[in-house]
Design a binder for this molecule. Structure first.
Ligand SMILES: Cc1ncc(COP(=O)(O)O)c(C=O)c1O
Length: 407
């Protein structure tokens, strides 16, 4: 286990390029993280030397592809500390949540309730709306606190005998706040509901122990975990998966097909209809292999020291309001802010001209923006490869924004 920030940066070829004539300062890992050589090599090697469909052929390439694909499932399972047969590959967190929303909800009755939160990404809202429309379910949402956290004080009033599921983000993609999962687990247990956690923003910040967390469903997306696009995963406890009907039908997910009807394979294959994103899964496995060599307490300390540097720099400008926890407690390095007199898109454009990549907008979290009466925020997000020069380039860029737009 090592963590040498400079050596680590060298593993990400894109970080060496210039953007708009400037060195790249990539502070948008919460949108999509960059990929290390290990991932690029794994995907290329698969396609160059082992490309075949999985679970179907008996020839050597098919066996190699299947072995690599299943090894990637094992890597995901290791990252979550769960059993491989409880891991389903999907095209991302969105697809994983839609899978649960379309399949698991089938056993619910009209009037049953799903409890969301105001901090959710649209992909943890809209799938439930579709399920609610189809099945007459009721959606409710825990409010956000002024600090940009889930208001857990509202829990007792929001859960009851009709609550069947709590679906919440593990870490906010807007405020960086880490959710107090134990409180959600206790609330879910008190009424017999299940708990789904959207781990898209948590998974890139170190290995997880899902059984210890106590969730029933966990989802994440590969492209934020330093892996390829088009791959993600759903984890659920074996007995929950076993009782869920298929979501998509097609090849691979069946046991026996006649023209009249079909019987279905056991999970995870029941939920992986058709040819899966094989190279992407293998790339995700490589990303996890790469991440598993890192000393995560050192990485966390590094990310937190950069977050502190950023928070301090932002706090020094009275025009800037940090939208999210002002300190380091229970937060990650996803930092949103607004700047009096400057629109997030204009801020991001000025930053872009300086090679600084940030995200401006509603971050697919319009209910949260509505709650705070904001059109959007500027968001900087810190990954394993960032260093102090990235934070300083951002802060220098914000000085220019202030000079040009807020004079
Ligand atoms: C918290 C959260 N959930 C879900 C998603 C959706 O991930 P994907 O588009 O990869 O499915 C994102 C991506 O921005 C996210 O930040």
């Amino acid at each position: 286990m090592t963590f040498d920030p400079a050596a680590l940066r060298a593993q990400f070829p894109i970080l060496a390029r210039r953007v708009r004539g400037q060195p790249l300062h990539y502070l948008d890992s919460a949108a999509t993280a960059q990929v290390p050589l290990a991932v690029l090599d794994a995907v290329r090697t698969h396609d160059a030397m082992h490309r075949a469909n999985v679970h179907r052929g008996v020839h050597a390439l098919a066996e190699e592809a299947t072995q690599a694909y299943e090894a990637a499932r094992g890597a995901v399972a290791g990252w979550l500390n769960v059993a491989p047969d409880e891991v389903i590959f999907t095209s991302g967190a969105t697809a994983a949540i839609n899978l649960v929303a379309q399949s698991w909800t089938r056993s619910l009755s009209p009037g049953d309730e799903i409890l969301l939160t105001e901090l959710e990404h649209h992909s943890n809202i809209v799938p439930w709306q579709l399920a609610a429309e189809r099945q007459g379910l009721v959606l409710r949402a825990l409010p956000a606190t002024a600090e940009g956290r889930i208001d857990l004080a509202a829990l007792p009033a929001m859960v009851g005998a009709r609550t069947k599921l709590i679906a919440a983000t593990h870490v906010s993609n807007v405020t960086g706040a880490v959710t107090d999962v134990a409180a959600l687990v206790a609330a879910a247990r008190s009424c017999g509901a299940k708990l789904l956690l959207d781990g898209s923003q948590r998974a890139p910040h170190g290995p997880l122990d899902i059984p210890a967390l106590g969730a029933d469903f966990y989802v994440f997306t590969g492209h934020k975990l330093y892996g390829p696009n088009g791959i993600g995963a759903l984890w659920a406890r074996r007995e929950i998966l076993a009782a869920m009907p298929p979501f998509l039908g097609g090849g691979e997910m069946i046991r026996r097909v006649t023209i009249e009807r079909s019987t279905y394979a056991d999970p995870p294959r029941r939920f992986e209809a058709g040819t899966p994103p094989i190279a992407q899964a293998i790339g995700l496995g490589a990303a996890i292999g790469f991440l598993s060599t890192l000393d995560w307490s050192a990485v966390a300390a590094h990310e937190m020291s950069l977050t502190q540097r950023l928070l301090d720099g932002l706090a020094a400008d009275r025009r800037i309001r940090i939208f999210g926890p002002a300190g380091l407690q229970s937060r990650i390095g996803v930092v949103s802010f607004d700047m009096e007199g400057a629109h997030p898109h204009d801020i991001c454009q000025i930053l872009d001209a300086r090679g600084v990549a940030c995200r401006g907008g509603h971050h697919c979290a319009q209910p949260l923006m509505d709650r705070f009466d904001l059109a959007g925020t500027t968001r900087a997000s810190i990954g394993i490869y960032n260093d102090a020069s990235d934070i300083d380039a951002l802060l220098d860029g914000l000085d220019e924004v202030a000079r040009r737009l807020c004079a």
